[in-house]
Each structure stands twice: as structure tokens, then as C-alpha cells.
Design a protein around this ligand. Sequence first.
Ligand SMILES: Nc1ncnc2c1ncn2[C@@H]1O[C@H](COP(=O)(O)OP(=O)(O)OP(=O)(O)O)[C@@H](O)[C@H]1O
Ligand SMILES: [Mg+2]
Length: 265
Amino acid sequence: MSAVKENAGEPVSGDKVRDQPETGAAPAPAKDAFFEISDIHAYYGESYIVQGLSLTLNKGEILALLGRNGAGKTTTLKAVARTDVPEVKRGEIWLDGAPLHEGRAYQAALAGVQLVPEDRRIIEGLTVEENIFLAQVAQGRGWELERIYGHFPRLAERRKQDGVTLSGGEQQMLAIARALARDVKLLLLDEPYEGLAPVIVQEIERILLEIKEIGITTIIVEQNAVAALKLADRAAILDTGLLAFTGDAQEVLDNEDLMQEYLAI
Ligand SMILES: Nc1ncnc2c1ncn2[C@@H]1O[C@H](COP(=O)(O)OP(=O)(O)OP(=O)(O)O)[C@@H](O)[C@H]1O
Ligand SMILES: [Mg+2]
């Protein structure tokens, strides 16, 4: 296993983009990985949360991003999706050759990043189908409706139902379906299994494996670490904003100490 304890360098204040590597900074990223985070430092105001995180993923891989409450998992997903907060003061984020660190959420979405936040954000007063249509209005249109329904038969059955009246699991499926309607390359899922029965978790796992097969790359943040690790190829464990482990998901499942120390299992 490769256990990494990276110490944070002194962050550069002000500019969000580090355009020139500095002396003593992390090595320049290879940029040949499909997705790469290189030495990112993310802040909420003065609060320094993600402290020098680097990761790479190949196309179609699933990464389980794990760690205790407050470790910085959601912050990392937001940093990648380029939401207004947190502020990424230093580091680079690349997806399929696109420098996400140079743009904001809109550009990241155009480049193929879709964040499905914990609350799923289903729009009230719109049916299942209308929620999907709204996602298809965006540039870079993704899957057609019938393709989506082929992968989500439950949504097909409920296509005329108000989206917010769906069960939690169905809402999660709709949130993923909307991301697919937008031509996603990198799917960021924040606690998709929260509050769901095991049988529904299995259904979502099946869908995530199907979309992996067609080359969609996924980062899944989950409190249900075992389920996420069984699904994932790779794992990264955050510990108060630092990368405590990165490697194969199976290595974490096989390592009781790691599971206990960082995942409280
Ligand atoms: N908008 C914010 N403003 C200030 N601090 C924040 C904000 N959002 C999160 N934080 C802080 O950043 C740290 C990391 O939070 P984050 O939400 O990334 O953790 P997490 O790993 O997703 O935890 P959980 O498993 O509980 O969801 C926490 O200490 C949290 O209090
Ligand atoms: Mg979180």
C-alpha cells in the first residue's frame, strides 16, 4: 500500500491559478491522465480546508473518496466542480485536457463535470421528464430520453410524476439521470446512498457500473465506505484535508488498520 502524508506548502494567496510552477512547489503535472488534481489548496475565507491534494484517474475509473466527517470530501468535490466556494488558491485541475482551474462552475460543466450534491436538488413542480428536459437545454447535450429510461426503468414508470414526490432512491436516480442528460465525463456523487435501502443501493450500483462501461469517470463520496470500496477501482482517504491514502480500493478493504483509523469501521 502507498500511504502518503503530504504536508501542505505555504499557500499562495490571491490568485486562484498557479500559472508558473514555483521553486519548491509540487512537480508539474503530467497532464496525460484523463483526470488530474495537482496540489490543490482550498479555503472558505480564512479556513484552510484542502491542504495540497493530488490525485489522478483514468477514463472510466471509479474513485471512492473517503474520510471521517469534516475531512474535506464535499469541499474537494466542490473545488473540482469550481463552485464559488471554496476558493482554490493554488493548484491545477485537468479533465480530458481541459484546465478546470482556469474557469468557474459554468466552464467546468461545459467541460463535462457534473456534481450531484447530497440534497440532489430535484426541482419542485416539475415532473421526472421535465427535470430531464431542463438538463437537456444545456449545451453539449447528452443522452436522449429513451436511452435514459433504458437505464432507469423506474424513472420511465414515473415519468409524469412530480420529481420531488419520488422516493429518496428514485430522486437519486433522477439526479444521476440529469447528469447523463448533460453529456457528463466526470460524475461527482456526494453521498448518493444516504438514507437508501440496500436493494436501492444495489440498483444505483448497477447503473454506476453500466455508465462506467461506456467510459464515464466517477468520484463517489460515501459514509458507507464498504459499499463504495466494493464498487470502486481506486480509493483516496482524506484526513483533515490531507491525503492519508491513495491506491486500489481493494487494498483498503484488505487493511483493517486503515479502515479503523480513518473510516471508523
Ligand atoms: N461553507 C463553508 N464555510 C466555512 N467552512 C466550511 C464550509 N463548508 C464546509 N466547511 C468546513 O470545512 C471542513 C470540511 O467540510 P466538508 O463538508 O468538506 O467535509 P466532509 O468530508 O464532506 O464531511 P461530511 O462527511 O460530514 O460530509 C469542515 O470543517 C467544515 O466545517
Ligand atoms: Mg460532505
